[in-house]
Design a protein around this ligand. Structure first.
Ligand code: GLP
Length: 255
């Protein structure tokens, strides 16, 4: 696992975006896993400024979606991904996949989503944020470390965190579909971005705590190419900060 501590939230977005742009330019990144939430927005901003035919040819897979929210609802992840990713990067909507949270058969929708990832040849690079409880996607604590895309119940703390996007917490759906931890673990590279003090505990648990479903992001300790890209606040509770900085000063790039 690589830990990259940068000086500001803007640098976090820029670093992650440059990694993606290098992969696209080298022809090694054709399928991008995209995340919602505020953490990755700076990445999409930088990517938008560097739009190219190769970037716009990417296939994209979302991590998760609320159950029962109309895809046209402004806070459905289908809408958020359309606004923040598809339109800004100039992707073909036919190449952008979001689990269908309004399907009559949700289990079949999850299986279809997994099949679409397989048909695309897997995800070359997955962007992740992290919840304050250590969730990635919507894999709440105690999610199976081997889980696949499925229905999950959101913790009330997560619904409260996400209430800022809705009129009030009661409007945040109780259920979601999310890529599983096993699904996320199959991405060839993972870039987790985190900014701000509110994420410091979850980041420290994920990087330096035990491998445990109590901190779902700790599953990334098993991933051969996972990088945490952090601002100083998000890195604040890491015990080995000096070591991560020493490692970085000895290498210019992730590869
Ligand atoms: C949401 C999403 C996650 C996201 C996390 C953090 O619930 N399902 O994919 O990483 O919460 O969100 P934010 O980046 O806004 O803090």
């Amino acid at each position: 696992m690589h830990v990259v501590i940068l000086d500001s939230p803007a640098e976090v977005g820029d670093f992650a975006a440059q990694e993606i742009l290098r992969g696209v330019a080298a022809g090694k990144l054709r399928t991008l896993g995209v995340a919602t939430g505020s953490s990755p927005l700076a990445i999409y901003e930088v990517l938008e400024r560097h739009r190219s035919p190769q970037l716009s040819a990417l296939q994209a897979f979302a991590l998760d979606e609320y159950v029962g929210l109309d895809p046209q609802h402004p806070e459905s992840y289908a809408s958020v991904i359309r606004r923040e990713v598809t339109e800004r990067l100039g992707l073909d909507p036919a190449n952008v996949h979001v689990p269908n949270g309004t399907a009559a058969d949700l289990a079949a929708a999850c299986a279809d989503f997994e099949a679409a990832i397989r048909a695309a040849g897997g995800i070359d690079l997955q962007i992740l944020g992290i919840g304050r409880n250590g969730h990635i996607g919507f894999n709440e604590p105690t999610s199976s470390l081997a889980s696949r895309t499925r229905v999950k119940t959101l913790m009330s703390a997560t619904r409260r965190d996400n209430a800022r996007f809705f009129a009030d917490a009661s409007q945040v759906p109780a259920l979601c579909l999310t890529q599983g931890l096993g699904t996320i673990g199959e991405a060839r590279k993972v870039l987790l971005v985190a900014q701000g003090k509110a994420k410091a505990r979850a980041v420290a648990d994920a990087v330096e705590g035990p491998l445990s479903s109590m901190c779902p992001a700790s599953v990334l300790q098993m991933h051969p190419h996972a990088t945490f890209v952090l601002d100083p606040d998000a890195a604040a509770e890491l015990k080995l900060q000096d070591y991560y900085r020493e490692v970085r000063s000895g290498m210019d790039t992730l590869r």
